[in-house]
Design a protein around this ligand. Structure first.
Ligand code: M6R
Length: 620
């Protein structure tokens, strides 16, 4: 059986400090991604290469390290998340080569590992684990021995034989200064210190030490040696430029800030994160929109035959709202595609299409693959990402960061509202440039965007009521979420939040679809969350609510402040502030995020790291 390592974490260090504490701290910062085992390899001052690894948490690894010799100043560490097969000590990384001279950590999948393993077996290699990563470290060792070459040359030659995705780091016995790293389709950042280097699959995990980073590009191999300049080459051995980027992240941005969970913190910080997202992009005095990525590529948007969104999960829900926004304001036909489907169905892409890739992490493998397909078809590809310097951000022609800060909770919250806010600004700007948006409407929406932080702050005042309501529904086994128009995607997103963190089955539907089948599910045991704020479909949603009520269903309704009508039919009403209709999803989602959060915590779930999920899905 193939053991695939995805969404794993990598940390490395070479310098004057003890490597192990640096690595452990970095791995702890990556814990939120979800993982099932952890390990480190350290090269001691006497040249001995020691590997310590175990199933479980980084805290288990720390216990495992007690009393062991891990005092070296160079090391690599890993958190592994397996999708197939049991996680255990043997499958944990680092993996040692046959001779014990090389230790390797790997994120990604070597798709042709069986062929490579069979070839190595024919040369007498045996394998302790079931992983593709152990095959890779032995392939590198085999090349090194048979070609009698340097480690970096062996890495290059071996990687040319590899089909798949990887971010790897290696250290070797007897070398107390040098790490060799490489990547393809899996992120890798090198932190630059004073005579020392850090390595991580996520730069944010090492900001305790440095804010200067070099992001390895696909097909690059880095030789990272204490006290020496960073040396980067491509797989052909040609020198690549070393471009250092600054990351302005503070430790407090990464910590819980007094909340019980990152998710709750991230829900409550939305007034601020949306303020950051809007700042400098909507000019308060004139309500002019300044999105440089759009303005610099104005012609591509003005001449777009079609806009296609590609995304997954919550980002896909945000894109569904983007479809309404763009069709409404820009009169450009829009399609919204699951990136995972788009990439495999030979899509028709025209050179005058604009593809918008939406991704919080900027590392989602399916979305990245969709970007590559669109680019090779000659379309203009625009990214809406959160993580600065991420693969999708770098792989697109242009784009806009949502600037909502690191999202740590696996359940996406502030990224969703940031994505929809960016899409609103983009639709307004393109609509203005095209002349398809009426000036009065433009100014009303732009003003409402400026007021979003205070509107969302008011919506967060529902937290106490939602927490109390959540107690009543903690024991439900199923939920239906209904919405229409702009709020149909909100219903999908509310249902996804509940499923992923509470493990309660929930289904989001357009309200009018109920009578085409799902209403058969309604009884006293099936609560319905209905978004029935004052908008174009308000009265129709009200009728849908009454139909459910008539069949004995329980209704929790999200309504506009002061609503009288829905209150007569619904069992519970959560009042939210009003704004322009196209921004209502940003308001209505707040009580739904809170409802999912409180139900999940009352059920004792691991809210920030729900089972079977990881924050960033870096392979398909
Ligand atoms: O990083 P991305 O936005 O590309 O991630 C896409 C999905 O994996 C993500 O939105 C996922 O659905 C979240 N866990 C939802 O809360």
């Amino acid at each position: 059986m193939q053991f695939r390592e995805i969404m794993c974490g990598i940390v490395g260090y070479t310098g004057e400090r003890r490597a192990c504490p640096v690595i452990i701290k970095g791995l702890q910062r990556l814990e939120y991604r979800g993982y099932d085992s952890a390990g480190v390899a350290v090269c001691q001052e006497n040249g001995a290469l020691n590997v310590y690894k175990c199933k479980g948490k980084v805290s288990d690894l720390e216990r495992h390290l007690e009393g062991k010799d891990s005092s070296g100043t160079i090391g690599i560490g890993h958190t592994r998340w397996a999708t197939h097969g049991e996680p255990n000590d043997v499958n944990a990384h680092p993996h040692l080569s046959r001779s014990g001279n090389l230790a390797l950590i790997h994120n990604g999948i070597i798709e042709n590992f069986r062929v490579l393993r069979d070839a190595l077996r024919s040369h007498g290699f045996t394998f302790r684990s079931s992983t593709d990563s152990e095959v890779l470290v032995n392939l590198i060792e085999f090349v090194r021995e048979s070609e009698n070459c340097s480690l970096e040359d062996a890495v290059r030659i071996a990687l040319k034989q590899v089909v798949g995705a990887y971010a790897i780091a290696l250290i070797e016995k007897g070398n107390t200064t040098r790490i060799v790293a490489a990547r393809k389709s899996s992120p890798m950042a090198i932190g630059i210190g004073d005579g020392e280097y850090f390595l991580s699959s996520d730069a944010a995990s090492i900001i305790d030490y440095t804010q200067s980073f070099v992001y390895l590009k696909d097909g690059e191999v880095a030789v990272i040696e204490k006290g020496k300049p960073l040396h980067i080459t491509n797989l052909e051995g040609r020198e690549a430029p070393v471009s250092i980027q600054k990351l302005n992240l503070s430790i407090s941005q990464l910590e819980k800030g007094g909340f019980d969970h990152f998710m709750l913190k991230e829900i409550h910080e939305q007034p601020d994160t949306l303020g950051d997202c809007i700042r400098g992009r909507v000019i308060p005095e004139t309500r002019e929109i300044v999105l440089s990525g759009v303005l610099e590529n104005k012609e591509r948007f003005l001449k777009a035959r079609r806009i296609i969104f590609v995304a997954c999960g919550t980002s896909w829900h945000a894109a569904l709202i983007g479809e309404h926004l763009i069709e409404n304001m820009c009169r450009i036909p829009v399609e919204v595609e699951y990136a995972s489907e788009f990439r495999y169905r030979d899509p028709i892409i025209y050179p005058d299409d604009v593809i918008i890739a939406v991704s919080q992490s900027g590392e989602t493998a399916d979305t990245l693959a969709a970007v590559e397909i669109a680019r090779s078809a000659g379309a203009f590809v625009y990214g809406i990402c959160n993580v600065v310097g991420s693969s999708i951000a770098r792989g697109t022609d242009s784009g806009t960061y949502i600037h909502v800060g690191p999202e740590i909770g696996v359940a996406s919250t502030k990224a969703f509202t940031g994505q929809v806010t960016v899409m609103t600004m983009l639709a307004l700007l393109v609509g203005r440039l095209k002349g398809t948006v009426d000036s009065g409407y433009y100014h009303r929406v732009a003003q409402a965007v400026l007021e979003l932080p205070s509107t969302i702050r008011k919506a967060l005042e529902t937290a106490g009521q939602v927490a109390a309501l959540a107690r009543t529904f903690t024991y439900a086994h199923n939920f239906i979420y209904l919405g229409r128009g702009y709020n149909y995607p909100t219903a999908l997103e509310g249902a996804l939040k509940l499923k992923e963190i509470s493990y309660i089955h929930a289904e989001g539907l357009p309200a009018a679809e109920m009578k085409h089948g799902p209403i058969a599910l309604i009884d006293a045991e099936m609560p319905t969350v209905a978004i029935a704020t004052l908008d174009a479909t308000y009265e129709k949603t009200l009728s849908n609510i009454e139909e459910i009520k008539a069949r004995g269903g329980k209704i929790i309704a999200v309504v506009s402040d002061g609503d009288e009508l829905v209150r007569r039919s619904a069992d519970y009403c959560i009042e939210v502030p009003s704004t322009v209709e196209c921004l209502m999803p940003l308001v209505s989602i707040i009580p739904l995020q809170l409802l999912a959060y409180y139900i999940a915590t009352y059920k004792g779930r691991n809210v920030d790291q729900p089972r079977n999920l990881a924050k960033s899905v870096t392979v398909e």
